[in-house]
Write a protein that binds this ligand. Structure first.
Ligand code: DGY
Length: 325
C-alpha cells in the first residue's frame, strides 16, 4: 500500500519511469507519477511543486533558468534522472538551500556503447547505407562506391576523460585505435591505459582521425568544438558527440561537413534538441540518433533507482551519495 502519512515526503516525478522504479518510489514516498508521460512545462511543474517536498526530473524537461529561482519553499531536493546537470543551475540551487543529485556511474557503459556506434556508424555510412536499402536505391555495387572510412588502427581523440571517456577508450582499444585525450587534468596512469594526455585541446586535435566529445557541458566547454578547433583536425576527420549538443558549434560543423574538411559526424545530442538545426537532416555524411545514450531498460532502471536512493538518503538525514550541491 502506498504511504499516506504526513511525515512521508512527497515527490513529484516529471516523467514516466521504468515500472520497477515507479513501484519502489510509490512504496517509499507519496509520489505523484506521470502515467501518461506527458511533458510538463515550467508553469505546470512549478504549480505541482508547491504540493511536494522533492522533484525527480530529467534532462529532457526544458525548464530553463527561471526554474530554480521560482521553486516554492516546500522543495528541498531535486534528483535529476541524468548524469548531466547542465539543465539545472547548481549555484542557484545552493543559494536556495535545495539539494541536487544526479546519477553518475550507472549509464557509463550504455553511453560508451553509443559513442562507439556513432564512430562506426559515421565512419562506415550506416545512415546513408540504411536509407539506400530502405529506399530501394541499392543499385549495382561497384568497387569504388559506396565507401566509408576505416576505424581500426586510427587515432581517437577523447575530449573529457571521465568515466564515459575512459569507457569509450576501452572499447576503442578493441579496434586497435591509438587513444589521445584532453581533460582538465591527466587521469591516473592505470585509468589512462597508455592514452596520451594533451594539456591543451588545440594541441591534441592534429592527432585525431576521430574526435569523441565526452565532457560535461559547462561554461568552459560550450562551443569548444568550433571552427578554429575543426581547422586543426586532419582533413577527413570524423567528429562524434554523445555528451551535449552545445559543446559543438553547429554552424562550424555543418560547414566542415559540406566542404569535406570533415568526412562525417555522428551525433546523439544536439543544441536545442529535439528541435535540431534542420541542415543536419539534409546531409548525407551525418549519422543521427535521438539522444539515446542511456536508453536501455537496465540502464534507465538503474538511473531511476539511483535517484530514489539519493532521495531516501536525503530524507533519512544522510548525505546523498550523488550530491552536487
Ligand atoms: C544524461 O544522463 O546526462 C544523459 O545524457 C541523459 O540525459
Amino acid at each position: 500500500m502506498a504511504p499516506t502519512g504526513p511525515e512521508t515526503p512527497r515527490v513529484l516525478v516529471t516523467r514516466k519511469m521504468m515500472p520497477d522504479a515507479e513501484e519502489r518510489i510509490s512504496k517509499v514516498f507519496r509520489a505523484t507519477l506521470n502515467p501518461d508521460d506527458r511533458p510538463m512545462d515550467l508553469d505546470e511543474v512549478l504549480e505541482k511543486a508547491a504540493a511536494h517536498d522533492a522533484i525527480l526530473l530529467t534532462s529532457f524537461d526544458k525548464l530553463g533558468p527561471e526554474f530554480i529561482p521560482a521553486l516554492p519553499p516546500s522543495i528541498r531536493i531535486i534528483a535529476t534522472h541524468s548524469v548531466g546537470y547542465d539543465h539545472l543551475s547548481i549555484p542557484q540551487a545552493k543559494a536556495k538551500g535545495i539539494a541536487v543529485t544526479n546519477t553518475p556511474g550507472v549509464l557509463t557503459d550504455a553511453t560508451a556503447d553509443i559513442a562507439l556506434l556513432l564512430i562506426l556508424g559515421a565512419a562506415r555510412g550506416a545512415s546513408w547505407g540504411d536509407r539506400m536499402v530502405r529506399e530501394n536505391r541499392w543499385g549495382a555495387t561497384t568497387l569504388i562506391s559506396p565507401m566509408g572510412c576505416d576505424v581500426s588502427g586510427k587515432r581517437l581523440g577523447i575530449l573529457g576523460m571521465g568515466r564515459i571517456g575512459q569507457a569509450v577508450a576501452r572499447r576503442a582499444r578493441g579496434f586497435g585505435m591509438a587513444i589521445h585525450y584532453h581533460s582538465r587534468n591527466p587521469v591516473a596512469v592505470e585509468d589512462a591505459q597508455g592514452a596520451i594526455y594533451h594539456a591543451h585541446f588545440e594541441e591534441m586535435l592534429p592527432s585525431c582521425d576521430f574526435l569523441s566529445v565526452n565532457c560535461a557541458s559547462t561554461p568552459e566547454t560550450r562551443g569548444m568544438v568550433n571552427a578554429q578547433a575543426i581547422a586543426l583536425l586532419p582533413d577527413g576527420a570524423i567528429i562524434v558527440n554523445s555528451a551535449r549538443g552545445d559543446i559543438l558549434d553547429d554552424d562550424a560543423l555543418i560547414k566542415a561537413l559540406i566542404s569535406g574538411k570533415l568526412a562525417a559526424a555522428g551525433l546523439d545530442v544536439f543544441k536545442g534538441e529535439p528541435a535540431i538545426d534542420p541542415r543536419y537532416r539534409t546531409l548525407e555524411n551525418v549519422f543521427l540518433l535521438p539522444h539515446i545514450g542511456s536508453a536501455t531498460p537496465g540502464t534507465r532502471s538503474a538511473m531511476a533507482h539511483k535517484c530514489i536512493d539519493n532521495l531516501e538518503q536525503f530524507f533519512r538525514g544522510e548525505r546523498p551519495a550523488d550530491l552536487l550541491t
